[in-house]
Design a protein around this ligand. Structure first.
Ligand SMILES: NC(=O)c1ccc[n+]([C@@H]2O[C@H](COP(=O)([O-])OP(=O)(O)OC[C@H]3O[C@@H](n4cnc5c(N)ncnc54)[C@H](O)[C@@H]3O)[C@@H](O)[C@H]2O)c1
Length: 306
């Protein structure tokens, strides 16, 4: 892993950039909106929580605009991004932070099997992030200057857990969006990265917070995760190869794990160790297959394959 250390000289590159953020009303998203705003960005954010969203707009007063947006609704997300484009003529950064977690296990033996369980986490966290990435790519493309998409997964995007099966599925899905999209996006100078925070002090952790602290386990503050969103948003914006400590350019296709307030890039190490965990021979053959699939004349779409 590589410990990421923000290079403050990159922060001025956010001046006048247009940031579209989902889930900006509370917690991590709210902290991210405040931090982007502090560094001169123009924020258009979507959320379903009206009152805290309006409070944030009142607090920051200029260069911030709220659009009611349920991320699981494609129409709502179109409206969010269209609003940003109409107001500012461009979109530079997309931060898909909105998320929900249902603490009640749908696999509880006492649950009524005839009652269809809620799939809200898949709809909001995974489908919502996919919609943000798709529509965000479209609007970043329009600007012709490239841009950045930052997705919010979780420790649960790569680790096993008990009880939170739909949430775990949804956050593995968010990592999947990054892995499925970043190669194509990089060709258009759009960088797609994903953040996987461990326990972060927001309302999401109320069930475990007290005992967690009693155990002396590490906690991120929402501001720490917000800072890492900015780290991802500006990593590629320096000139002459200047970037954050520990970051490898191009900063794209990365997974940033967060624990105790610090961010660690883990995808590069995971890839470089592949021959060890997959086996040398498997890894070699896999690389040949990947190279084949990357050829311009090969497509999964039979209509396009030659
Ligand atoms: N707190 C943690 O320990 C932790 C750890 C890892 C990942 N995360 C992720 O970080 C993100 C932010 O969570 P948080 O901890 O700040 O909690 P939070 O509940 O304060 O923030 C979630 C935000 O998403 C909004 N939201 C919920 N459903 C929505 C919908 N359908 N459409 C639009 N907005 C919606 C909420 O209103 C809220 O503003 C989530 O994606 C969460 O899964 C949190």
């Amino acid at each position: 892993m590589a410990h990421l250390v923000l290079d403050p000289s990159l922060l001025p590159t956010l001046q006048d950039k247009v940031v579209v953020l989902t889930g900006g009303a509370t917690g991590i998203g709210r902290s991210a909106a405040i931090l982007f705003h502090q560094h001169g960005a123009k924020i258009v954010f979507g959320d379903v929580a009206e009152q805290p969203a309006h409070d944030l707009v009142t607090q920051l007063s200029t260069n911030i605009h709220f659009v009611h947006c349920d991320t699981s609704s494609y129409q709502d997300q179109l409206t969010l991004f269209r609003t940003a484009h109409e107001k500012h003529g461009r979109v530079d950064v997309v931060a898909a932070v909105a998320g929900v977690a249902n603490p009640t296990s749908i696999f509880d033996p006492a649950a009524d099997i005839n009652e269809e369980p809620s799939m809200l986490e898949i709809q909001v966290n995974t489908i919502g992030s996919l919609f943000s990435a798709r529509i965000g790519m479209h609007y970043i493309r329009q600007g012709g200057r490239g841009g950045d998409i930052i997705l919010m997964s979780s420790i649960i995007g790569f680790k096993e857990t008990e009880d939170l099966v739909p949430y775990t599925t949804s956050k593995h899905g968010v990592v999947g969006i990054m892995r499925g999209l970043h190669l194509q996006a990089a060709k258009e100078n759009i960088h797609v990265n994903v953040i996987c925070p461990w326990v972060t002090r927001t309302r999401m952790i109320v069930g475990i917070e007290k005992e967690w602290a009693a155990q002396g386990l590490p906690v991120n503050e929402p501001e720490d995760v917000a800072r890492t969103i900015l780290v991802c948003a500006i990593a590629n914006r320096g000139s002459d190869g200047v970037t954050h400590g520990g970051a490898k350019l191009p900063f794209s296709g990365k997974i940033v794990y967060m624990s105790g307030g610090e961010g660690y890039e883990i995808e590069d190490a995971q890839k470089s160790l592949e021959p060890q965990w997959l086996g040398e021979e498997n890894s070699k053959i896999l690389a040949r297959g990947q190279a084949f699939l990357a050829r311009a004349d090969i497509s999964w779409d039979p209509e396009k394959s030659s």
